[in-house]
Design a protein around this ligand. Structure first.
Ligand SMILES: Cc1cc2nc3c(=O)[nH]c(=O)nc-3n(C[C@H](O)[C@H](O)[C@H](O)COP(=O)(O)OP(=O)(O)OC[C@H]3O[C@@H](n4cnc5c(N)ncnc54)[C@H](O)[C@@H]3O)c2cc1C
Length: 259
């Protein structure tokens, strides 16, 4: 018999601020983070979001007894187990989604539920060249991956941000060229990341990728990389993180339907 699922852990906000104009960094604390793996930056997790004005006692009971609150997928950007802290970076895309709205309103003492983390996406680095592509939702996974690369890694990283000031410092190896492209309205699809990758002088040797972002863009990139470039699946992390016009549950359902 399967053991009963552990209820999500309750985390408390110790700081919330705009890191850049369209990215909110929320620092969360719990003694249970002290037990977590210090190497899980870049892994995804599930955040369980309270209703605005819901009391912590009411939310704690809901996490155990249901009904299931709004749940959204995010990336552990940094973890400091010794302090029981982790940072999660939220794209600020307004109040339409419960996660973005929660992060916009988060202040010291705000709370949410947490499950995870999952597995870190890229753990073995053996490429001759690296290709990293991310919109703002995937900046956390891209940055964590770039920061974990061997110091002598070479390649290119293409980022699409909403405003020039959304560019952030990433401690990537010196051999990784960083290209910051601006697309001011994420609700309007943009093909510039696809164009950049198609124009990339695909090098000889092994290419490992870390590619994530809006699902329409990712579909086009996946087609190009697997069909035109015939890159082996095992060398490529490539994943749709959200989709224009769909909330996360609808997007996940769409991905399941597509297999
Ligand atoms: C493995 C994984 C890791 C992820 N990590 C992160 C992360 O670290 N940081 C992060 O910000 N996101 C991350 N995402 C994306 C995030 O889960 C989605 O953006 C999610 O839809 C946000 O939930 P919400 O409640 O704010 O909006 P929803 O209720 O899901 O959607 C409401 C509306 O907002 C739109 N929308 C959703 N996301 C965006 C966006 N980024 N920009 C503009 N419009 C949007 C939707 O299309 C919809 O119309 C990750 C996704 C996956 C699968």
């Amino acid at each position: 018999m399967k053991p009963p699922k552990k209820p999500p852990r309750m985390l408390h906000v110790t700081s919330a601020r705009h890191l850049t104009p369209n990215m909110i960094r929320v620092t969360l604390h719990s003694d249970e983070i002290k037990e977590m793996d210090g190497g899980c930056a870049g892994a995804n997790c599930k955040l369980f979001l309270p209703q605005p004005d819901q009391s912590q006692d009411d939310f704690a009971a809901q996490l155990i007894d249901g009904p299931r609150p709004d749940v959204r997928t995010y990336t552990v950007r940094h973890i400091r187990p010794e302090r029981g802290e982790m940072d999660i970076d939220f794209v600020d895309h307004g109040d339409t989604g419960p996660a973005s709205a929660w992060a916009r309103g988060a202040t010291v003492g705000s709370f949410c539920g947490f499950a995870g983390p999952g597995l870190v996406k890229l753990t073995e680095f053996y490429a001759d060249h690296y290709l990293v592509v991310a919109d703002m939702s995937a900046l956390p996974v891209a940055a964590a991956t770039l920061e974990a690369l061997p110091k002598d890694a070479v390649g290119d990283a293409f980022f699409e941000i909403i405003h020039p000031d959304d560019a952030q410092f990433i401690a990537a190896p010196i051999g990784i060229r960083q290209h910051w492209l601006v697309h001011p309205n994420a609700q309007v699809s943009s093909l510039q990341l696809v164009e950049q990758v198609k124009a990339w002088d695909w090098p000889k040797g092994v290419v490992q990728t870390c590619i994530a972002g809006e699902s329409g863009v990712i579909k086009a990139l996946r087609n190009y990389i697997s069909n035109d470039r015939q890159a082996p699946k095992n060398d490529c992390y490539i994943s749709g993180y959200w989709k224009i016009g769909l909330i996360e549950d609808e997007h996940q359902q769409m991905k399941r339907n597509e297999g």
